[in-house]
Design a binder for this molecule. Structure first.
Ligand code: IPE
Ligand code: IPE
Ligand code: MG
Length: 255
């Protein structure tokens, strides 16, 4: 792994808990339970690797359509994690943030979410975004609604709307877009995770089920990232010319 070309922002679709459990004749819940342990390990590993922003897909809006007992058990695990992890995150100087429509959760869970965010708000080594009740299309929709409200109040001309306005009202606004998106569990799809924000993100798909994913698998994904040439529409020759003028750090600055 090259220290000078680390992804600043890594996003992960943590998939494969259910199949991990099924393979072992265990209930799906066991896969999720084990998945939470792996989540903690990967947060720690990312902080150790000095990744600045980690964005995890924990629960999608579509996941509400799973059997009620599975949804309930996911909510129990989620509440426990929120309650117990803030201290650990503080130890590692990690700031916690949630993206997604948290208003769908019970008010007591919303309060716990708020408290955990407050508790970690001064931390600055890494930002951890957890996507819960999130959907990429919903994210864009609610941004468009904000913009439409301004247009309705004549505060904004439709022709003056920019991509920047859409970004500014979407989740993760103000942050660099993900450099690397990892999906575990073998599926090669986005399942309505960040859509707007990953226009130029490098995609890495791993067949490993999330409960088996380790720090060394994360490093492998970063190794893959470091082999990619991020051209952002330019030619390879343009990038190399730029590199020879400004040195090896220039590639990371292309965005
Ligand atoms: C990911 O694992 C966890 C959530 C979606 C909450 P899955 O539960 O989707 O596991 P598989 O895909 O069925 O194996
Ligand atoms: C995506 O996984 C959501 C999360 C990992 C939280 P899913 O397991 O829900 O995705 P699909 O249904 O296989 O596309
Ligand atoms: Mg799945």
């Amino acid at each position: 792994m090259l220290k000078h070309n680390m992804p600043k922002h890594v996003a992960i679709v943590m998939d494969g808990n259910g199949r991990w459990a099924k393979k072992r004749n265990l209930p799906r819940f066991e896969g999720h339970r084990r998945g939470v342990e792996v989540l903690k390990n990967i947060v720690q590993a990312s902080a150790n690797l000095k990744v600045k922003i980690l964005t995890l897909f924990a629960f999608s809006q579509e996941n509400w359509s799973r059997p009620k007992d599975e949804v309930d058990s996911l909510l129990v695990l989620f509440r426990k994690l929120v309650r117990q992890e803030s201290k650990n995150l503080c130890k590692n100087n990690v700031k916690l943030n949630f993206i997604g429509d948290v208003t769908r959760f019970s008010s007591s869970l919303q309060i716990e979410i708020e408290n955990s965010v407050k508790m970690t708000s001064e931390n600055d080594a890494m930002l951890l975004n957890v996507a819960v009740n999130y959907s990429g299309k919903w994210d864009i929709l609610q941004s468009v609604r904000e913009i439409a409200a301004k247009v309705a109040k004549s505060e904004l001309e439709p022709s003056a709307i920019t991509t920047g306005d859409i970004t500014a009202n979407c989740a993760l606004s103000g942050l660099p877009e993900p450099d690397l998106l990892i999906r575990t569990g073998g599926e090669q799809r986005l399942s309505n995770f960040l859509l707007w924000q990953i226009a130029y993100t490098e995609l890495y798909f791993s067949n490993i089920f999330w409960p088996d994913f380790t720090a060394s698998d994360l490093e492998k994904a970063i190794d893959f990232y470091q082999t990619r040439e991020r051209r952002f529409g330019k030619t390879s020759e343009q990038l190399k010319r730029n590199l020879s003028i400004t040195g090896p750090l220039a590639l990371g600055m292309e965005a």
